[in-house]
Design a protein around this ligand. Structure first.
Ligand code: 5GP
Ligand code: ZN
Length: 112
């Protein structure tokens, strides 16, 4: 855990968030500024700054996060499909430097 990391603090429960799922490896909560009817953030409990930090030792965690996404989407009523986004680095639009997967969906999702 990184004390000055917002998402580490959310994972630890030290900063409140509207959590929808958690287990030993990940925490999932609603984005504070949703870009669609459904906008979740899926984060690992361990501090990884971005995709750049992923190593072979994180393969099981990575697979766990990927396989969780369609389940979460179904639970949110996104039967028609959903979008996932991972911003990486300043050039990729990343603002919070704790790895997170955006899960977006709903009728207001604009297709690009
Ligand atoms: P990034 O641009 O780093 O990929 O996305 C960061 C996301 O975190 C943004 O969509 C932003 O709205 C969300 N966010 C920032 N601060 C908070 C917070 O304190 N609580 C929650 N739930 N989401 C946050
Ligand atoms: Zn962190």
């Amino acid at each position: 855990m990184s004390d000055d990391c917002l998402f580490c603090n959310i994972a630890a429960g030290d900063i409140p968030a509207d959590k929808v799922y958690e287990d030993e490896q990940v925490v999932v909560f609603n984005d504070i500024n949703p870009k669609a009817r459904v906008h979740l953030l899926v984060i690992p409990r361990i501090h990884l700054a971005s995709l750049e930090d992923l190593k072979p030792e994180h393969d099981e965690l990575t697979a766990h996060m990927m396989r969780l996404l369609p389940k979460l989407a179904r639970e949110q009523g996104l039967e028609k499909g959903f979008r996932t986004v991972i911003n990486t680095g300043k050039g990729g639009g990343q603002v919070v430097f704790h790895l997170h997967i955006h899960l977006l969906g709903g009728p207001d999702l604009r297709i690009f």
